[in-house]
Design a protein around this ligand. Structure first.
Ligand code: DQA
Length: 147
């Protein structure tokens, strides 16, 4: 297997408001801080962290992951619960043998009923939820195959 040199870290709607959005659930740190934290944990690996409120843009980035063979850490945010289009795009990536790890800051299963369903998990390589930025760090360790 060739060494991973770049990881796409994709974030869905409203995650650009991290830092001030429901801090009692999501904490007070920002996406910029997440990028720094992941970068520090993965020397020599480019952390290509992006965020969009637009389903089509996220789908385009997943297509890019297929073409460039780039592993993905994905927080689909609210799209988790209902976007079949995003699910199909995730399936394109994993069917190409490229890992997509679904992550959540909170534990959706401990929250409102509508958050208990993920239409993404069934086609993701794995799911990590409930550890704040730790969810992304654990996913990164797995993508880089670290113990
Ligand atoms: C989230 C959980 C989702 O239910 C919610 O819509 C989000 C964030 C999380 O990271 O905990 O926007 O994906």
């Amino acid at each position: 297997m060739t060494a991973v040199t770049r990881v796409l870290v994709l974030n869905g709607p409203n995650l650009n408001r991290l830092g001030t959005r429901e801090p009692e659930i999501y904490g007070t740190a920002t996406l910029a801080e997440l990028r720094d934290e992941l970068g520090a944990a993965a020397e020599g690996v480019e952390i290509d962290l992006r965020q969009s409120n637009d389903e089509a843009e996220l789908i385009g980035w997943l297509h890019e992951a297929v073409d460039a063979h780039t592993p993905v850490i994905l927080n689909p945010a609210a799209f988790t619960h209902y976007s079949y289009a995003l699910r199909d795009a995730v399936a394109l990536v994993t069917e190409a043998g490229i890992p997509v790890i679904e992550v959540h800051l909170s534990n959706p299963h401990a929250r409102e009923e509508f958050r208990h369903t993920s239409v993404i998990s069934g086609v993701a390589t794995g799911v990590i939820a409930g550890f704040g930025f730790g969810s992304y760090r654990l996913a990164l360790d797995q993508v880089l195959r670290r113990p």
